[in-house]
Write a protein that binds this ligand. Sequence first.
Ligand SMILES: O=c1ccn([C@@H]2O[C@H](COP(=O)(O)O)[C@@H](O)[C@H]2O)c(=O)[nH]1
Length: 238
Amino acid sequence: MIAKPAEGGAPRIIPALDTGDLAKAEALAASLAGRCGVLKVGLELFCAAGSPAVTAVARHAPVFLDLKLHDIPNTVAGALRSLLPLRPAMVTLHAGGGPAMIAAARAEAEKAGTARPLLLAVTVLTSMDAAALAATGVADTPAQQVLRLAKMAVAAGADGLVCSPQEAALLRAELGPGPALVVPGVRPVGSAVGDQARVATPAEAVAAGADWIVVGRPITGAPDPAAAAMAIAAAIPG
Ligand SMILES: O=c1ccn([C@@H]2O[C@H](COP(=O)(O)O)[C@@H](O)[C@H]2O)c(=O)[nH]1
């Protein structure tokens, strides 16, 4: 399993290679790999190019395969079985799938032995504010719902959690140093927020307890993505 980055050590930034163009993703991977420890393949790239996208990006750095699996336990276990030969370093599944789904995924992942991916449970999407959450029938605040889902997911076998920077400190305080915290919704000072709702700067996210921060458009949309990634790294103390 991939180890958490040590303080002041391995780079903590995971660029999201969100494009439907595999050649563009490969070029981004080649330019960013030296500066970032892990690269993220998400739904846009995977739906466009499939498993060859993972293989191509993995030539440059370990892959965070962010497919946010969410289905009945048997189907999620089967999806994971199909993904494990790609040797992703991290895989996401929605915590909302419940404890049986997460436990089934963990049991399947264990079959890959020490090479297994980190299983990360997505709590409440960082694009959702309190009103969006209420529209799904959840009257609690995003922080309350994130904590509820996080506790359940870790108890069911998740190795870590995807949360916004605004809940990272709460999860660290409640769950301790064990679970990996992978944090999107990160915006360098002056960057457009776009469709993200619960955001903070890279420095704030890391100070709150993020092990890795996920940054997409502020890097991939920059005229020089590698320079943008280096500027983000430089803005994180330590
Ligand atoms: O709650 C979540 C879970 C995953 N993501 C993913 O992270 C990146 C963020 O991209 P930006 O361009 O920096 O907004 C993207 O791939 C999402 O699918 C998330 O944003 N929030």
